[in-house]
Design a protein. Structure first.
Length: 304
């Protein structure tokens, strides 16, 4: 399967960058299985199965688990918990407007216990948001918040689509960009973070991942790791060219970039979250993931 990024490329959950949403959901489904599970995303498996990529369906169903290294399941656990806690903390402290950017097959609008009246906006490519709405509707799933969607490309003028869905920039918002930034070109990442800041009333919160710029050799190592995954999976009939879905090269680091624009952020490294959960799978870190930090914080409203 060959795919290269270009301006204006589009996708559904089975193709291109959209398949990364299905991969993420497949690993969440794996992490949600069994008695000792640390997360509980009961919608991940049916969503992945509905996409129809046989290998990912088997993964989500608990078969073929040996084709995914433990580290990916552990990442799904710490990452899901981090964003779940971020959103519940924000919502329970009175923020009634939530925007999930690059929402993919994330089912938080259906599975978190949101306070009454919370509005959750999901923003992703049109075919991705439409797919989730349709499949979860067919399954009889009912949103646990006032869920609204904006199907739009995040490299385009997405605030218009968000406003058209009812978003009110005058109210504090809890924003997330989970597993998204590396799929945006560097300038689109800056644009996205600038727009979040512009649309944030004082007291708004944000959560995302922040990665320092690569050291020499880091990106080659990451590409080789992705290539190895593609090769392993191609033996099971699924061969996404994962190294070509992301944008590599230098870019601004999200945490410091937001801090310079008036956000007071805290961060925790993936390494610390692994240690806190007793996970040891990041030991060799061939894909240089240990430097990644999950950052979250509040907008003071002084700098725009
Ligand atoms: N946040 C979800 C999660 O953690 O499961 C999905 C993560 S997935 C790795 C990346 C998501 O970002 C996909 O759903 C993809 O469609 C979305 N995305 C990437 N670039 C985008 C763009 N330019 N416009 C809209 N959505 C985009």
């Amino acid at each position: 399967m060959s795919f290269s990024r270009c301006d204006g490329d589009a996708w559904d959950p089975a193709s291109g960058v959209g398949a990364t949403a299905t991969m993420a959901a497949a690993v969440r489904a794996m992490a949600s299985r069994g008695d000792g599970r640390l997360i509980d995303d009961r919608f991940a498996e049916p969503l992945v199965r509905a996409v129809g990529i046989e290998f990912l369906s088997r993964l989500a169903s608990g078969e073929a688990g040996d084709t995914v290294e433990e580290v990916w399941v552990d990442i799904a656990v710490v990452r899901t918990k981090f964003y779940d806690e971020f959103f519940l903390g924000a919502a329970n402290s009175g923020i009634g407007q939530v925007v999930i950017l690059g929402s993919g097959l994330d089912s938080r609008a259906y599975r978190l216990l949101w306070p009454a009246g919370t509005v959750v906006y999901e923003v992703d490519q049109p075919q991705v948001v439409e797919f989730k709405t349709r499949i979860l509707g067919e399954l009889g799933a009912v949103p646990t918040a006032d869920r609204r969607v904006a199907g739009v490309d995040l490299r385009d003028d997405w605030p218009d689509a968000l406003r058209a869905a009812g978003f009110d920039p005058g109210r504090p918002t809890a924003w997330s960009a989970e597993g998204l930034l590396g799929y945006l070109p560097p300038e689109a990442q800056d644009g996205l973070l600038d727009t979040i800041t512009e649309l944030s009333a004082p007291g708004s919160r944000v959560a995302t991942e922040s990665k320092p710029n690569p050291r020499p050799g880091d990106e080659d190592s990451t590409k080789e790791g992705l290539q190895r995954i593609s090769e392993r999976w191609s033996g099971h009939g699924y061969a996404p060219d994962m190294a070509r879905l992301r944008y590599f090269g230098a870019r601004n680091e999200a945490g410091p970039y937001l801090a310079e624009r008036g956000w007071a952020l805290d961060g925790v490294s993936i390494r610390d979250l692994f240690a806190a959960n007793g996970f040891s799978s990041l030991k060799d870190d061939e894909m240089r993931m240990g430097d990644l930090r999950y950052v979250s914080g509040t907008f003071g409203g002084t700098v725009k």
